[in-house]
Design a protein around this ligand. Structure first.
Ligand code: COA
Length: 260
């Protein structure tokens, strides 16, 4: 798919999804959210896609938040629907069943930070800046920020970030565990795609199972999570990929996974 506000291309098992409103710092307007939902639903149906990278167009921003011009016209009723729509799209990404990495190439503010947090990993340029500045607009984060940020960095720091609206630089975001890796800005996309291609070579059913099991850790108690882990582990033992992976180890050769 290639349209005005979002670009998507697939190469070597990796889908690269690029937010494309660089003159507005890739702010998430209705068209962009719709294009994101359409694109991720297509990716979910495409068996050739084994990993996804999401990034922002231009040198300055991953995404500087929900589009404030769209936001300005909301009221108490429509605001709830506005938040639920963004949450639906970001939950689709979080529960895609395929690893999604955010390559954060600049500002990741408000909905941009929330989009990055809905991805399974965040690789950041050394120039990236993260924050939830909604407080400065008289609202709260509405695309999952109040839920995902505490899970990623702990309650105390999340409350500080959300109440202050202050930005974190890449080093601080990495120190807090919000960011997995930092690269020089010029290397970010290539290094992230390289990592995504390494995931694309792994057993896709096992990747999906890892994502499902770790998501349960965020959703339920440890006891329920352990129960679910055993069940999901059992399912992976029933796959052809498991037979191939163990056989290849015993035969001292690289495994080739078919996703069956
Ligand atoms: N929604 C709509 N437009 C946005 C936007 C947003 N969230 N963030 C940036 N833009 C637009 C600006 O209006 C400007 O458009 P214009 O050139 O047509 O006037 C363009 O992007 C460039 O932004 P600008 O503010 O001029 O760049 P800057 O370098 O001075 O500041 C930021 C960069 C990120 C600090 C600043 O744009 C900002 O604070 N953005 C809003 C962040 C925010 O509150 N996000 C949460 C929304 S819920």
């Amino acid at each position: 798919m290639n349209n005005d506000v979002l670009r998507s291309e697939i190469s070597l098992g990796v889908a690269l999804v690029t937010l494309h409103r660089p003159d507005k710092l890739n702010a998430l307007n209705g068209d962009l959210l719709e294009a994101l939902e359409f694109t991720f639903l297509s990716i979910q149906r495409d068996e050739t896609v084994r990993a996804v990278v999401v990034t922002g167009s231009g040198p300055r921003a991953f995404a500087a938040g929900a589009d404030i011009a769209d936001l300005h016209s909301q009221n108490a009723h429509s605001g709830r629907i506005f938040a639920e729509r963004g949450q639906r799209v970001f939950s689709l990404i979080e529960r895609l069943g395929i690893p999604v990495i955010a390559a954060v190439n600049g500002f990741a503010l408000g909905g941009g930070c929330e989009l990055a947090m809905a991805c399974h990993m965040r690789f950041a340029a050394d120039t990236a800046r993260f924050g939830q500045p909604e407080i400065n607009l008289g609202i709260i984060p509405g695309y999952g920020g109040t839920q995902r940020l505490p899970r990623l960095v702990g309650m105390a720091k999340a409350i500080e970030v959300i109440l202050s609206g202050e930005m974190l630089d890449a080093v601080e975001a990495h120190r807090l565990g919000l960011v997995n890796r930092i690269y020089p800005h010029a290397e970010l996309l290539d290094r992230t795609l390289e990592f995504a291609r390494s995931l694309a070579a792994k057993a896709p059913l096992a990747l999906r199972a890892c994502l499902e099991a770790t998501q349960i850790a965020a959703d339920t108690s440890e006891l329920e999570g352990l129960h679910a882990e055993a069940s999901i582990f059992g399912k992976t033992c029933g796959t052809n990929d498991f037979k191939e992976g163990t056989q290849a180890f015993l035969e001292k050769r690289p495994a080739t996974f078919a996703g069956r």
